[in-house]
Design a protein around this ligand. Structure first.
Ligand SMILES: Cc1ncc(COP(=O)(O)O)c(C=O)c1O
Length: 84
């Protein structure tokens, strides 16, 4: 399993998602993208790193985020495709 963040909050580094997806495919791994700090602020309409890099949602098995940052609320989500 490969787990990455969309944005690493300490330095603001962005994940190099297309490269990570290529590595994931090479090793037939499961990819989890934590968008806690990227959802709402990254991508043309704030939809996160998939939008920014033009990566298909189906290229990662798991996407997670929180509603406590850019959404200024509470709660979160963990979403993925069935049966990966
Ligand atoms: C990378 C990462 N994932 C998940 C969380 C959890 O978010 P929450 O504060 O909504 O529990 C945090 C919290 O800052 C985080 O930094």
């Amino acid at each position: 399993m490969i787990a990455v963040e969309g944005v690493y909050r300490m330095d603001g580094d962005l994940v190099r998602l297309p490269e990570i997806v290529a590595i994931k495919r090479r090793f037939d791994a499961v990819l989890l993208v934590d968008e806690v700090h990227s959802l709402g602020v990254v991508g043309e309409t704030g939809r996160g790193v998939a939008e920014k890099f033009g990566v298909e949602r189906s290229d990662a098995e798991l996407w997670m985020g929180t509603l406590s940052k850019s959404w200024a609320s509470c709660g979160g989500y963990l979403a993925g495709a069935r049966g990966f």
